[in-house]
Design a protein around this ligand. Sequence first.
Ligand code: NAP
Ligand code: MG
Length: 482
Amino acid sequence: MFDLLPRTDHCFINGVWGPSENGDVLASLNPSTGETLCDFARGGASDIDRAVSTARTAFDGDWGKYTAAERGRLLARIGQLVIENVDHLARMEALDVGKPLTQARADAVALARYMEFYGGAADKLHGETIPYLDGYTVYTLREPHGVTGHIIPWNYPMQIIGRSIGAALATGNACVLKPAEEACLTALAFAELAHQAGLPPGALNVVPGLGEEAGAALSVHQGIDHISFTGSVAVGKLIQKAAADHVVPVTLELGGKSPQVVFDDADLDAALPFLVNAGIQNAGQTCSASSRILVQASRYDEVVSAMAKRYGALRTGPALDDLEVGPLVSATQKSLVERFLSQTDGLDIAATGSIVENAPKGGAYVAPTLFAGCTPDHVLAQDEIFGPVQVVIPIEDEADAIQIANGTDYGLVASCWTKDGARQMRMAKALRAGQVFLNNYGAGGGVELPFGGRGLSGHGREKGFEAMYGFTVVKTVAALHG
Ligand code: NAP
Ligand code: MG
């Protein structure tokens, strides 16, 4: 099943697979069945310490000597190996995370795309020359931070590895990655593929384990020069505090409550697939899921009934059955979502999807649910649910749309459906979000598009060239030569 991996119960440090120092393991569960898939290493503080010190040695040594073009070629080679192993990776992710196979495959392809993009971009990042006083030549250098720590969640392991590790390696950093407890297998497989592609020992180290053990040890480690974190707001705050103690920069990507606004002149046929898919993709466990649909009064009934029809046809089942919706990642996540589903006072259930009959009893299944008649301040319209749940909120006009769309603590992605070009421009300016989509909705967008949050959605930008700016520091060189 895991042909790509020499071991699942080992850490990958200094280019070598080995057990965690305490020899402990944790079980990786298959959320489609509730059964154990395999064991993986329970890395701890001493493993993180070894990983950070080997990353430092790589940065100061072999890896640090690679030219930008050489780093680029290496990333392209990793991307090629990812593509050759897309089916293996997709199956592994489907089993580990519960993601329907087609969606898991798309993640594996995206991982390869990140390697291609950052491989190609590695030697295209440069500093500037700055006109200054007579007799001076001034220029800037963009240098890697050094050792970067990466703490990632379980919802899109391959995509988040791609955007975070891809940009960090392209710019010459040496990385220590702590994947999520619920989903670490593709992170380990990625390390093996990078190793096979020839990445020098220590440039990428992967220490699986628990957040409060390996994750916390990484975030407080004095040998880390930058931390990149994707996950919950609560842990994001801990990471930022830990980083403050040793004054290192952090990138935080913390989820959202992203709206899609449907105006009276919207092309509903074009909008419909985006309205629903953006809510149920990966069973709604997407930081950039669109969980709020704001609809202008004259189209409200039409939108609710068209969305309800689609919801009625959604089937939820085991990841390998490759239906529209898979299980949630864990029983814990299922109970978190069910807690939200018990707080629906004042809402109408417009439609629910179904759970297929052969879905194993031990799986973490929740039927997709669409609520209508929601008020902007309802808990389901304010809190990130991270499950296949969307609410439809009626709005009056543009001013109302802006106020409600911007009326949560988050600001990750927003979208607006209208044929009126001037309104598109006004909305794009007014929406408080890291990405705004006009007449489409790209959950997270492409690899080339800068992505990140405002407010509780976090700060810093990933993807595209912006991520490479984040993984480098500018050094100004001023020469006085007369
Ligand atoms: P989380 O607890 O924030 O976990 C994210 C990562 O941080 C995991 O690798 C986790 O390790 C690690 N971690 C946990 N506690 C830590 C600590 N004290 N110090 C350092 N690292 C720590 O998120 P989650 O439990 O996976 O999901 C909970 C909620 O977060 C979701 O319901 C959702 O609201 C949000 N979320 C957002 C995104 C996003 O893309 N923005 C992704 C996933 C989740 P372990 O896995 O080992 O605990
Ligand atoms: Mg799992």
